[in-house]
Design a protein. Structure first.
Ligand code: GLU
Length: 612
């Protein structure tokens, strides 16, 4: 039964009341133009209270999620509504042209479930898809590969929303999408982040006339303070709301998506090569999300649940925590605790590179990689006083005690920085951690003409150089390895933390660092989110925010740790990640914590605020 039909079948009084409330709240289109019934936007990165909480990077999206909670929707309902709103107001990070990972905690059963809504490679993709036939050489990552049809994976987001509502929700897809349809139609006020992201993309957006028409109206990025409306996206979402996922995966829209991917509508005068992909309508019709068991590890008496492959997030965060379980970090000098964090994460990255790919195609030793025994063989290669030369080798899976850490080849990192994350807890204690993306900021740069949304370039997450032994090599129908790490932490009473972040492969270290800050280093959740970050991904030097280098650079140098200022070559931003997190304390009080300043500041809200 689909989410659309389920509502009709279970028309209890409670659901009927909720339905009525939502339909009244959002009004008809004609009403919408006359009055604005929306409550004011949450204007804070931190909120305390009871009755449910939502955090995301965007105030419009957080408000929409909170509204669903207030009106009796549950965590899954609010997560889908918030995600759909992020596709409107954060269209360069997420939307129906992309994919993601949905982690759900059911308070009644205590069960954690996940949905893998990752984009997949078309059936017709070839191992040499990233080689330019004209030269026999690999396409350059930028600009050829990132702005291309060949990098577009079959999107999974619409199917994820439908599945999430069907499995966990109370609302129909039609109800959950209604607020974001209104948002797309009414528009949102452009802020500096949106304008800046548009300008960062302006050159390649201009190369795709359909994209330029939408995001560069009049030839410029929308000005800060003006209202950005996307009626084309409103119509697309409306057709999905009316007809369900079929409206996306079959019929006219599916044909249009396949057409754009196979024949990118690039302006020849731009000189952008935009190589074509092979996606067909059959690829879209055959797309399925995967219901996955979560990863879980024990850390400091808590259970940390994450996303299993095709994401490497749950494995890498879990292995990092298992390694660090060997140390009493809180009792050590802070620089030494940070040194151990960097050493643990280098090893987790070595192991994910060696072993993690789409489990439908490669055997991933998930259980071994997440065992405390394996982590102990990794911890014992760490010198508590001195950095190991990097890159470190992956560990032996056969349980060999203390696998020596020999340098190996470097893992090249081509993941970009974009994506978005939202966290929700509802009044019953259900929770959702959901990270969704179209890969880099602006995705492939290609919109589906007249449909109001960008297509992803997620297939760039495959290893760009083909190697038949690489678990993340290109294969038809395969999901590229992700770093997305939506995480839910529980104890015997229920959910304690919901955490996640964007940021390509820095997602893993960001989630790890926030958990360490909160659980070991004596910080509150808002402090743990705000603290400066460093990301060690098995490279000689560690990427770190300037504030981290200033605070700890000298002290870490004494441990042989070398730090390099972070900076995305694409946007020149120096931030690592953009966390949206929630904590539930032992008495049920909620702390919702978004970023105070990264990405222009996030948005946290609770249903019944209390004082700090
Ligand atoms: N494509 C990345 C991944 O799946 C996420 C993109 C990003 O956060 O920049 O890991």
């Amino acid at each position: 039964m689909t989410a659309r039909t389920r509502l009709r079948a279970t028309s209890t009084a409670a659901v009927a009341a909720l339905t009525a409330a939502l339909l009244v709240s959002t009004g008809t289109t004609a009403d919408a133009d006359r009055r604005d019934p929306r409550p004011p936007l949450p204007d804070s990165a931190t909120a305390y209270g009871y009755g449910g909480a939502v955090t995301s990077v965007d105030a419009n999206a957080t408000r929409i999620g909170l509204d669903v909670l207030r009106r009796g929707g549950n965590a899954a309902d609010a997560a889908v509504a918030t995600a759909s709103a992020l596709g409107v107001s954060e269209p360069y990070s997420a939307g129906i042209g992309g994919g993601g990972y949905f982690v759900h905690y059911d308070a009644r059963t205590g069960k954690v479930s996940t949905i893998d809504g990752r984009e997949t490679a078309p059936a017709g993709i070839k191992p040499d898809a990233f080689i330019d036939p004209a030269t026999g050489q690999p396409y350059r990552f930028t600009p050829e590969l990132v702005s291309s049809g060949v990098a577009v994976g079959v999107p999974g987001t619409v199917a994820t929303w439908d599945r999430a509502l069907d499995r966990f929700g109370r609302l129909s897809l039609k109800q959950a999408l209604k607020p974001s349809i209104d948002l797309a139609r009414r528009g949102f006020v452009v802020d500096q982040t949106f304008r800046g992201q548009t300008l960062d993309n302006a050159k390649r957006f201009a190369a795709f006339p359909d994209t330029a028409r939408l995001f560069l109206p009049g030839g410029d990025a929308p000005q800060v303070g003006t209202r950005f409306r996307n009626p084309e996206l409103a119509r697309t979402l409306e057709s999905i709301a009316q007809r369900g996922p079929e409206a996306f995966y079959r019929g006219r829209l599916a044909a249009e998506i396949a057409d754009v991917v196979r024949s990118p509508r690039v302006d020849p005068a731009s000189g952008l090569p935009a190589p074509a992909g092979s996606m067909t309508t059959r690829d879209l019709a055959r797309y399925r999300v995967v219901d996955q068991k979560p990863t879980s590890v024990q850390y400091r008496g808590l259970t940390v649940h994450g996303m299993a492959p095709s994401s490497s997030g749950g494995i890498a965060v879990g292995e990092g925590l298992n390694i660090l379980e060997n140390y009493d970090l809180g009792a050590l000098p802070l620089p030494q605790a940070l040194h151990l964090y960097l050493e643990a994460s280098a090893r987790a990255f070595a192991d994910r590179a060696e072993h993690v790919g789409d489990p439908a195609f490669v055997d991933v030793p998930t259980r071994t990689l997440l065992s405390q025994r394996f982590a102990d063989t990794r911890a014992c290669t760490i010198d508590p006083d001195q950095a190991t030369p990097r890159p470190v080798a992956p560990g032996a899976l056969d349980g060999a005690a203390c696998t020596p850490a020999q340098p190996t080849v470097d893992e090249s990192d081509t993941e970009n920085v974009s994506t978005t994350h939202l966290s929700v807890v509802d009044r019953w204690g259900n929770a959702v951690a959901y990270t969704l993306t179209i890969e880099q900021t602006g995705g492939s740069g290609m919109t589906v003409p007249g449909r109001g949304f960008l297509l992803n370039n997620e297939l760039t997450d495959f290893s760009t150089v083909y190697d038949a032994d690489d678990p993340n090599r290109i294969e038809p129908g395969k999901r590229p390895r992700s770093s997305m790490s939506p995480t839910i932490v529980t104890d015997r009473r229920g959910v304690r933390f919901v955490v996640g972040s964007p940021g390509g492969s820095t997602i893993i270290t960001t989630v790890l660092q926030v958990l360490l800050n909160r659980l070991d280093l004596g910080m509150t959740l808002p402090e743990a989110v705000a603290a400066p970050r460093a990301s060690q991904r098995n490279t000689a030097s560690t990427t770190a925010e300037p504030a981290f280098i200033e605070a700890y650079g000298d002290a870490l140098a004494a441990y042989g740790q070398q730090l390099t200022p972070s900076g995305d070559s694409f946007t020149s931003a120096s931030e690592i990640g953009a966390v949206a997190a929630i904590e539930v304390d032992r008495r049920g009080r909620l702390t919702a914590a978004a970023e105070p300043s990264r990405r222009g500041g996030g948005s946290a809200a609770v249903v019944r605020p209390s004082r700090r």
